[in-house]
Write a protein that binds this ligand. Structure first.
Ligand SMILES: [Zn+2]
Ligand SMILES: [Zn+2]
Length: 145
């Protein structure tokens, strides 16, 4: 999975004339290992603690501009980044309200269809043309609960 991810990112960057440097590869591997969106500060204090914050921000900017990263969950004014859905596939998030860790989850077909159906019903009843949906589940993670 990680090898395939690197290959897809590399191809996308090459098409956009952006070099897939060792630092960028390391960043993608770290974000993949994290299993959910992370803030620059979080990565800097955990998976990528040997990378200066300034170069981490540069990597984030480059990868976001080229569409490899998406910005998400900045409810407290803190931007979190995750791999674009075209790389990661459609998924949802569990958000721990205590430690702020966000975990990616795949609902499986039955639940996913149910969520899509509820979303479509809500949209239709408001004359709204639905183009997608997100589902965040808030609570306490195993460590915090
Ligand atoms: Zn937690
Ligand atoms: Zn969904």
């Amino acid at each position: 999975m990680l090898t395939e991810l690197h290959a897809r990112v590399k191809k996308h960057l090459r098409e956009n004339d952006v070099r897939y440097s060792t630092g960028r590869q390391k960043f993608i591997a770290a974000l993949h290992a994290a299993g959910g969106p992370r803030s620059a500060t979080h990565l800097h204090t955990s998976e990528l603690d040997d990378v200066p914050l300034s170069s981490l921000y540069r990597t984030l900017t480059v990868l976001e501009n080229v569409g490899v990263l998406e910005r998400t969950h900045d409810g407290d004014g803190v931007a979190m980044f995750e791999l674009g859905e075209w790389l990661l596939g459609h998924h949802h998030h569990l958000i721990c309200t205590s430690c702020d860790i966000v975990t990616d989850i795949d609902l499986g077909n039955d639940l996913e269809n149910a969520v899509a159906e509820i979303s479509a019903t809500v949209a239709a009843s408001h004359g709204f043309t639905m183009t997608g949906h997100t589902l965040d589940v808030l609570g306490l993670c195993e460590d915090c609960g």
